[in-house]
Design a protein around this ligand. Structure first.
Ligand SMILES: Cc1cc2nc3c(=O)[nH]c(=O)nc-3n(C[C@H](O)[C@H](O)[C@H](O)COP(=O)(O)OP(=O)(O)OC[C@H]3O[C@@H](n4cnc5c(N)ncnc54)[C@H](O)[C@@H]3O)c2cc1C
Length: 455
């Protein structure tokens, strides 16, 4: 059967493309091919008791399946052009913001009606940051929480499945141009479509690289951000998180003049493992439901690394560092800030003696054996800078989990319609290198769907 549009990947990019396509034209035949499971079958086997660390499932329940990498995320929908991607460079700042607000309305309509929206603009925190050489970026953020995010995805799927064909456990191996459209192949089947939207996210980054070289589409190497996830008692950041929820604070270090930023803040949240291409890194999320609150807040501190000639593979650099932590710790390593400063490893007994209880069972160790000196010094400097606006951040017991790596996909050569040189083949969301957040990825999906319908 030939479809009007084939969508590869059912993350936010793919879901919102499908949503908008059939909303604008219910007659369209749309097929979504997804490597992972339907939402209700996505279960990570790590239970902390029998299975303590990643057993490398065929498809990762956290990263793959309906909802994509965002399904069990904290569901922070940041409405801003200041971070989360550079979609605005392709479609314009106003259009990008309008689309993010449109997605926000859909999320509210499909189950997020009681969730809170915060804004950093004109907050007292902004001034306090400036007084201390820290810079708070402007954004509105709706915090859906992992629980409500799940409900919204479930509601959207219930409606979409009546109008769109979904095939799960359908890992696409090949995309080829034909005279009149495209053929998309899985191990056992071939599907034909006039248009193809590729939205395979971060987990599909290596795959995307292969598809681009197969189809002769240019790519550029991007950047990689390396750092740690910081966990502190929630009370230390409460005056910030209560006011703005998620604060993106940027600091330029005195020593190396590098930019370090806070990222993905989770008040009363938990720290979790993340599996990217078989490498275990760290991430975090939190729930909207107060019954599920932890006593801690976590956030990432990331140092951006941009490479110049002759080095081209920034992701390899990030992976190598993450692999080192996996080699030494069997996964994620945790260290107390005080131990790091004293130049000693954290041990299970030192962690147990802390006043702070970790929310992730990671291996106590020494992050200075893993993270290069430059990035480690940057992170330490940033922790002392944050201590000025949130005293207690630089405490002995502050926990640092590593490595947190933010991989950026290769920048795929697409035009202002997010269309490749093969007319009818669109690359959107995180796999395009254009976006790296729920809101931008979702907005890119709606944008492309509108382009397709208007043509
Ligand atoms: C733990 C965690 C927490 C996060 N928290 C936040 C947050 O609070 N706010 C925020 O803005 N962002 C967050 N993010 C990032 C956010 O989830 C992503 O930016 C977003 O999901 C990108 O959407 P996407 O559709 O481009 O790709 P993805 O969500 O990655 O979806 C891509 C889909 O494509 C499928 N796929 C890949 N390759 C193939 C193939 N060959 N064939 C078929 N299917 C394939 C994958 O299985 C996946 O389901 C978080 C990420 C993680 C992992």
């Amino acid at each position: 059967m030939k479809y009007d549009t084939l969508i590869v990947g059912a993350g936010p990019g793919g879901i919102f493309s499908a949503f908008e396509l059939v909303k604008l034209n219910p007659e369209l035949k749309v097929l979504v091919l997804e490597a992972g499971n339907p939402l209700e079958k996505r279960h990570c086997p790590i239970d902390g008791k029998k299975i303590k660390s990643c057993i490398r499932c065929k498809t990762c329940a956290i990263m793959n399946g309906f909802g994509g990498a965002g399904a069990f995320s904290d569901g922070k929908y940041n409405i801003t052009n200041e971070f989360g991607g550079n979609l605005y460079e392709y479609i314009g700042k106003k259009e990008a913001l309008d689309l993010m607000n449109y997605i926000d309305e859909i999320n509210v309509a499909y189950g997020g009606e009681n969730t809170r929206k915060f804004s950093t603009a004109n907050s007292a925190l902004k001034k306090k940051c400036l007084e201390n050489d820290l810079h708070l970026l402007d954004a509105s953020v709706r915090h859906l929480g992992t629980d409500i995010n799940y409900i919204i995805l479930k509601n959207i799927y219930e409606e979409l499945k009546e109008k769109v064909t979904f095939k799960f456990n359908a890992y696409v191996t090949e995309i080829d141009k034909q005279e009149d459209g495209f053929v998309v192949k899985t191990k056992d089947e071939a599907f034909y479509g006039d248009k193809v939207i590729v939205s395979t996210g971060r987990s599909g980054s290596k795959w995307m690289q292969d598809i681009c070289s197969h189809l002769g589409i240019d790519t550029k190497s991007n950047r990689v951000d390396i750092g740690v996830r910081v966990e502190i008692p929630a009370a230390i950041f409460e005056h910030i998180t209560d006011e703005v929820y998620e604060s993106k604070i940027v600091y330029r270090t005195k020593k190396f003049q590098d930019k370090v930023r806070t990222f993905c803040m989770n008040p009363h949240g938990v720290v979790v493992n993340e599996n990217t291409n078989g490498i275990i890194t760290v991430n975090g999320h939190s729930y909207e439901d107060e019954a599920l609150y932890s006593e801690n807040t976590n956030f990432a501190l990331l140092v951006s690394n941009h490479f110049t000639e002759p080095f081209k593979n920034s992701n390899e650099y990030g992976e190598s560092i993450a692999r080192l932590s996996n080699m030494l710790g069997g996964g994620v390593i945790v260290q107390r800030f005080g131990d790091l400063i004293r130049g000693q490893r954290s041990t299970p007994s030192r962690i147990a003696e802390s006043f702070l209880t970790p929310t992730l069972s990671a291996t106590p160790g020494d992050l200075s054996l893993v993270i290069p000196k430059r990035q480690m010094d940057d992170i330490i400097e940033m922790i002392y800078a944050l201590d000025k606006i949130a005293p207690g951040t630089a405490s002995d017991d502050t926990l640092l989990y590593g490595v947190e790596v933010k991989f950026y996909n290769l920048q795929v050569d697409v035009d202002q319609n997010l269309e490749t040189k093969h007319k009818g083949l669109y690359v959107i969301g995180d796999c395009s290198g254009v976006t790296h957040s729920l809101s931008h990825a979702s907005a890119s999906g709606v944008y492309v769907a509108r382009q397709i319908v208007s043509k």
